[in-house]
Design a protein around this ligand. Structure first.
Ligand code: DCM
Length: 142
C-alpha cells in the first residue's frame, strides 16, 4: 500500500483564536474502555483515499457539530507526526471554529475549554499530553 493510502489519525488543537490562542478545547472519550474517561484533542482516522485535512474537517463536523478553519500544523518528532500507543501516528493542526457551538455529539461525553495556563489540567491520553506539553513549551509558558 502506498503511504497516501495508509490510515493516519488526525486531530485539532481548537483554540479561541488562531492569532493569539488562550483557550484550548478538550473532549472526553467514551470508548474504547481503555481510553474512556480520558481527554483528547478531537479528531479521528482518515478514510481510504481521504486527504488528512479533509478527514479532520469531517470528524470535527460529525463529533462536535462545528466547522473549523485549520491553522498551521503542530509538528511532532516522527516526520512531523506524534507517536500514538498503537502502530498509528497522529497529525495535529491548530484550528479555530468558524461555525457552530461545539457539543459532544459522538465519541465524547463532555467537552471543556481549558483557560490559558491550565492546558494540562485534564487527564489527557498520554500521546495528547505529550503534544499539549510541547505546545505549551513552544509558546513559552506556563
Ligand atoms: N487518538 C489519540 N489522540 C487523539 C485522537 C486519537 O491518541 N487526539 C488515538 C485513539 C485511538 C486512535 O487514535 O487509539 C484512533 O482514534 P479514533 O478511535 O478516534 O478513531
Amino acid at each position: 500500500m502506498s503511504p497516501k493510502h495508509q490510515t493516519c489519525v488526525v486531530a485539532a488543537a481548537i483554540v479561541d483564536r488562531l492569532d493569539r490562542p488562550a483557550r484550548l478545547l478538550a473532549a472526553r472519550r467514551t470508548a474504547p474502555p481503555a481510553l474512556a474517561g480520558q481527554w483528547e484533542l478531537p479528531g479521528g482516522k482518515t478514510e481510504p483515499g481521504e486527504a488528512p485535512a479533509d478527514a479532520l474537517l469531517r470528524e470535527l463536523r460529525e463529533e462536535l457539530g462545528v466547522r473549523v478553519r485549520l491553522g498551521a500544523q503542530i509538528t511532532g518528532p516522527l516526520d512531523g507526526h506524534w507517536p500514538l500507543a498503537s502502530a498509528l501516528t497522529l497529525r495535529l493542526w491548530w484550528a479555530e471554529i468558524v461555525d457552530g457551538e461545539p457539543m459532544p455529539l459522538q465519541d465524547h461525553d463532555q467537552i471543556r475549554w481549558l483557560e490559558a495556563g491550565r492546558w494540562l489540567d485534564v487527564a489527557w491520553i498520554p500521546a495528547d499530553r505529550t503534544a499539549v506539553s510541547e505546545m505549551v513549551r513552544r509558546a513559552g509558558g506556563p
